[in-house]
Structure formats: C-alpha cells, structure tokens
Design a protein around this ligand. Structure first.
Ligand SMILES: [Mn+2]
Length: 331
C-alpha cells in the first residue's frame, strides 16, 4: 500500500516542473530535515522549488544544508506538486497553506495517523520513528543518490524525533537506517552537537528558571512549569530559547504528562504538552484550545496573564487525564 503510494508520488515529482515543500509550525528537526532532503533531491533533478516554514528555521537547525533557502512565505501560486512533511493538519502549516493548496496535487507525508482528509495523496507510516524514514523510502523509490547532505538532513530528523534514540518509537529499523545514513556521510555526533550542545547562554538561564518553577500534582503524574514575561525580559531570552525545556521535565520519575507554559508576549501564553501514555491524547486537548499536534506531543495558545493561563490549563489537564484514563479503561 505504502509502496504504491510512494511510487505514485515519485512519478508526480518526476513529472513536476515546480514544487512547493512545507514544514509545520514551530518546526523541529524532522519536518525541516524532510523538506530540506527533498529540496536537495529535487534540485538535483532540476525542479523549480520553494521551501516554506511559516515559523522560519530555529537557530539550532541552521546547520542543515539548504536551511538558508527556506522562506517564511511566498506570493507564488499554482505549483505542480506540494509536499507537506510531518503533520496531518493543514492548520499546522500556517501561512504556507495558501501556496500549498494552490498546487495541482497536494501530498502529505507523516509518521502519525491523524483523522480527516488532507491532500490528494496521504502517506501515513505510524511504524516509522520519524517522517525522515518515510522520505528516505521515497528517495529510494525515486532512485535518488543519498548524498552526505541528504543523509545529514534525514538523520537529523531521526535523531531529534527519537530524542537521541531514547523514545518508544525506536525500532531495530531505526538503527539500520541510521547506519545507512552514517555510511552515506552523515555524522551523528555532529548533529547531536549542533542540535543539543549549541544552545545560547540565555536559553540555559531560562532552563534554570523553568526548573526552579517546576511543580507536580496528580501524585506526580502531572509535571509542569512556567516562564513569565518578566523571566524572558530579565534574561534577555526569546521563545526560541525554550526549545528542549519540556524534554527536561520528562526526567522526573513517575511523570506521565508534562506541560510548559510561557508568556511569550504580555497576555499571550504558549503551552506545550507531552504525554507518555497513549491513552492520554494531548492533541485532542490542544484542539479544544484551538491548537493541535500529535497524540503524545501538542501545543496551543491561551490569552491572559500567566497566572490565569496556569489556572485554566492545569485544571483542564487534570480533567483530561482523569477523563482519558477512565474512558479508555471502559473501552
Ligand atoms: Mn516527526
């Protein structure tokens, strides 16, 4: 099934003259690695391309080959093919939506299964640890040589989406593909250094502040923290500096649901939520707040002060945890 779809997409891309590639909002290493690997492959094939990331490219991913070619938006329309990587929700591509849906064929490649229709061809491979695994398969079907630059983009997707091979999505094939990409010229140690050990000084100060504010409830199953607007101004930090903080909260023994609230602008709070229990679908909760994401990782915005946001969100999280665990027990 997937192989046939990949062949279909390969054919479309071969025939296309112009292609638009789009990553999701708040882009991570997987979504960027995928669009940049595809960009390199299509450039080799002489296609005209636009690569879009509505939220730009975070500093830690600027080492990725071709990242300087990524645009936040374009006026260009009417592409032959659009490829969206790593999300199943059109809202998650932000303002890239207009260019993407102006294309004659829209392809969505993801490793999460999401409800609803998105695009004309939808490839969902839940067994893959990262969308990069699916893109690798597509490139193989297209007979594209895996250059060191392409391998670097794809391995970055795998390394970041598996949290350095620590999460449950890691399978023997994740390691097999990583070995292939390493043989093709990607360096895991360099990627790890660029992504995890190249943080700004203010982002570490901010991490310190978030750890200082850490709280737990629900017998330690809900662990959360916050950053107020004053924290950001005092430390000279921006929201980009919060990247990775939520991952640190996972370190608390017994934690199941993690949340980080930060008042990015006065009166506007950005919330990230993670779950390590399949029954607790945080994307569904995020949708109630007008956001989205995946079952185990989602985000949304709340209007109001940080204090108001904490009250609202933590209460909602508690209820959501109770509801999720009791309904799935019955099912
Ligand atoms: Mn991903």
């Amino acid at each position: 099934m997937i192989r046939r779809q990949l062949q279909q997409v390969a054919q479309l891309l071969r025939e296309a003259r112009s292609v638009v590639l789009a990553s999701h909002l708040n882009p991570d290493g997987d979504t960027l690695g995928c669009v940049l690997a595809l960009r390199l492959a299509l450039e080799e094939m002489g296609k005209r391309m636009v690569v879009l990331s509505s939220d730009g490219v975070p500093e830690i991913y600027r080492f990725l080959p071709g990242s300087e070619k990524v645009l936040t938006c374009t006026e260009e329309r009417g592409f032959d093919v659009a490829v969206v990587c790593d999300t199943g929700m059109p809202e998650r591509i932000g303002k890239a939506k207009d260019a993407v849906f102006s294309a004659r064929v829209v392809v969505d490649i993801d490793h999460h299964v999401t409800e609803g229709a998105f695009g004309d061809i939808r490839i969902q491979q839940p067994k893959a640890a990262a969308t990069a695994e699916v893109v690798y398969r597509l490139l193989k079907v297209m007979d594209v040589p895996i250059t060191p630059a392409i391998a670097t983009c794809l391995l970055t997707g795998i390394i970041t989406d598996t949290g350095l091979y620590r999460y449950m999505n890691v399978s023997p094939s994740t390691f097999r593909l990583s070995a292939v990409l390493m043989e093709a010229g990607a360096s895991p140690s360099r990627i790890a250094e660029e992504v995890f050990e190249s943080r700004s000084f203010s982002s570490l100060k901010l991490l310190g502040r978030a750890l200082e504010h850490i709280q737990r409830e629900e017998d330690g199953r809900l662990v959360w923290s916050y950053l107020s607007h004053e924290d950001f101004t005092e430390l000279g930090a921006t929201d980009e500096d919060t990247e990775g903080i939520i991952t640190q909260l996972r370190a608390v023994r017994g934690s199941v649901v993690l949340a980080l609230l930060r008042e990015v602008k006065p009166g506007r709070v950005r919330v990230s939520v993670r779950s390590r229990d399949e029954r607790i679908d945080v994307a569904q909760l995020a949708e109630k707040f007008g956001g989205g994401g995946h079952r185990l990782a989602a985000g949304f915005w709340v209007e109001g002060s940080i204090t108001e946001a904490i009250q609202k969100v933590i209460q909602a999280l508690r209820e959501w945890m109770h509801w999720s665990t009791s309904t799935s027990q019955r099912a």
